[in-house]
Design a binder for this molecule. Structure first.
Ligand code: SF4
Length: 228
């Protein structure tokens, strides 16, 4: 099977997945009930596959779809305030062709970046259970395998950060317990992609000033300098 077919097969497997009963019920309930502002829109209501440049050198690893963001639109970080904050920063940093995104058909192209997450289905209260993230882990393992040019990972939030470390350990590498700290860079050797920690661009972080545009911009310029 060639690379393109492997990507297509992976996406089909993710979108069809019903492994976590709690999350299947929740994602479908949110899609059925909808938020008032989107009552006339058809929600995606399925697992959200990774998105971006299959030749990417940089992986962005987040937590899970937002209930009325990517669970509505079907594309990572699309349709809510976290995505607005992320994609406008990626545009400023030259990783995206447009700053404003709205749907899977809005023309967005990412350059040298692929976006994935620890959990592909929206969890109640944005809190996936450990077993649900474990159920989802085979998908990131395949993505890491397919992203042959990968140099580094930017983890958005502590859960994404811890998940990447767990993935590396599952692959057999000895990785010590590491502190999650915004802007902290870790290089593991072994030919593994390096890891850069960032606060998640959630509303709780961006509206309180815990994560500012300047702080986020410095993550992407740091990442770019390490990709060379
Ligand atoms: S969270 Fe992952 S493993 Fe669980 S149902 Fe969704 S796609 Fe499948």
């Amino acid at each position: 099977m060639n690379l393109e077919d492997r990507w297509i097969k992976l996406e089909e497997e993710i979108v069809a997945c019903r492994k976590c009963a709690r999350l299947v019920a929740y994602r479908e309930e949110v899609a059925r009930t909808r938020r008032k502002a989107y009552h006339d829109q058809e929600y995606w209501g399925k697992p959200v596959p990774g998105f971006g440049d299959p030749k990417a050198r940089l992986l962005i690893f987040g937590l899970a779809p937002g209930a009325h963001g990517s669970n509505r639109t079907g594309r990572m970080f699309t349709g809510d305030s976290s995505g607005e904050f992320l994609y406008s920063a990626l545009y400023r940093a030259g990783f995206a062709n447009q700053a404003v995104v709205s749907s899977r058909s809005d023309g967005l192209l990412l350059n040298d970046i692929f976006i994935s997450a620890a959990c592909r289905c929206v969890p109640p209260d944005n809190k996936p259970m450990p077993q649900e993230m474990l159920n989802c882990r085979p998908f990131i393992l395949v993505e890491l395998d397919l992203l042959a040019r990968l140099r580094g990972v930017v983890a958005l939030g502590k859960i994404g950060f811890d998940n990447i470390l767990a993935v590396y350990r599952q692959k057999g590498y000895i990785i010590p317990a590491l502190e999650f700290k915004h802007g902290q860079f870790y290089d593991f050797g072994y030919g593994l992609p390096w890891l850069l920690a960032s606060y998640h661009p959630s509303r709780q972080n961006t509206q309180t000033g815990r994560l500012t545009e300047a702080m986020f911009d410095s993550i992407w310029s740091q990442a770019r300098s390490k990709m060379a």
